[in-house]
Write a protein that binds this ligand. Structure first.
Ligand SMILES: O=C(O)CCC(=O)C(=O)O
Ligand SMILES: [Fe+2]
Length: 367
């Protein structure tokens, strides 16, 4: 068994899950890791290695586009919170994040109609540089997203099985085909002084698949049950998987949403750090993912493992607690609005006033 006070991040071999003989071993390892650690490296996935290496080559070119072109794709254009954010535009836990990023969704057409709840407007089309500006990028990235989407839905089934439930149990939160999953392409430039790349937080998505696209950079850290920060260094040919608050809520705390953060590269790093998180976040907008959702389904022996692990006495992350009372779409919108108040002010003025009664914040709330 791994310890909830882990000192390093375990690695799971996805190929074990694809073979009938070895699948039970994989499921047992996954159960242990998702209850005690909430973070893992996944190796031997079916994601095409050539697509991953082509994407890694394209990322510096994406950020090297002229600043006015990047600004023309700014997130404030988009009610779906998709687009470009300049360095320092995002806030986590009351402080500026030193990262520059593009947020994209899996291909999606907005289904929002006037009169719908405002959170129906959070899924919609992405803003890409044109084919002339960055040849091949959109097609490559969308192919990558298709593969990550397929890996996510297969992995979610393994999570259900590791909970001792039928493999399609968690699919009920993702029933419609038109949902959008969120991804970011992120650049953390070298900083002269110690700075947060992104502050301590939980993810809201059920599962996050992170590609650490700069092989030689530390920076990502996960928090164990004692509150210590543990390095999650890049490991070639793997994805880092972590679980988010919606899965923690829906499993009544069995699966750990693990607090994590990124330290910006220090001057000796010399080069920026790049990363690509893919959030399996496109749940049904009206889904409730509170503890009642799977009530009476979770087997007592699984709940016992949770109780033996204990709960977190110390954490620096407190976000996404709204899952206890609001539907998934609303919680997603609140999280996005708190991270990007300028987008919220423009496209969701009523919500902006509710969240920021004193006007545009100098510092964000805990997202
Ligand atoms: O860039 C990373 O390595 C992690 C980013 C992250 O945790 C996030 O965007 O939620
Ligand atoms: Fe995260």
């Amino acid at each position: 068994m791994t310890s909830a006070n882990f000192e390093s991040i375990p690695t799971l071999d996805y190929s074990l899950a694809l073979d009938k003989e070895t699948k039970p071993k994989f499921i047992a390892q996954l159960r242990d890791v998702m209850i005690n650690v909430g973070f893992l490296y996944l190796e031997n996935t079916p994601v095409d290695k050539d697509i991953v290496s082509d994407l890694k080559l394209q990322i510096p070119k994406l950020f090297a586009l002229p600043q006015d072109l990047k600004d023309s794709l700014r997130m404030a254009n988009s009610p779906h919170f998709l687009g470009y954010s300049r360095l320092g535009a995002e806030l986590t836990k009351g402080a500026v994040d030193y990262r520059e990023q593009f947020d994209f969704g899996t291909p999606c057409v907005s289904c929002f109609k006037p009169g719908d709840p405002d959170y129906w407007n959070i899924y919609g089309p992405s803003q890409y540089p044109s084919e002339d500006q960055l040849p091949g990028f959109k097609r490559l990235h969308e192919t990558y997203l298709t593969q990550l989407h397929s890996l996510s839905s297969n992995f979610l089934q393994l999570v259900s099985e590791a909970l001792g439930l039928p493999s399609d149990t968690l699919d009920r939160f993702y029933t419609s085909s038109g949902r959008m999953h969120l991804t970011k392409i992120v650049k953390y430039p070298v900083q002269q002084f110690s700075q947060q790349g992104v502050g301590a937080h939980y993810d809201g998505s059920m599962i996050t698949f992170l590609l650490q696209a700069s092989e030689d950079h530390n920076g990502l850290q996960a928090q164990n049950l004692r509150g210590d920060w543990i390095n999650v260094p890049p490991k070639p040919n793997t994805f880092v998987i972590n679980f988010g608050r919606s899965l923690e809520f829906v499993t009544q705390g069995v699966v750990r949403a693990t607090s994590h953060r990124v330290l910006a590269p220090p001057p000796e790093a010399k080069t920026p750090r790049y990363s690509v998180p893919f959030f399996y976040s496109g749940m049904d907008l009206e889904a409730r993912v509170d503890g009642a959702a799977l009530e009476n389904l979770l087997p007592p022996e699984i709940l016992k493992l949770r109780d033996e692990r204990g709960t977190l006495p110390t954490t620096e992350s407190i976000n996404y607690s709204e899952y206890a009372s609001d539907v998934a779409g609303k919680v997603y919108l609140i999280g996005r609005a708190k991270s990007h108040p300028d987008v919220a002010e423009r496209h969701y003025p009523d919500l902006f006033k509710e969240l920021f009664p004193n006007g545009m914040p100098l510092h964000g709330i805990a997202y």
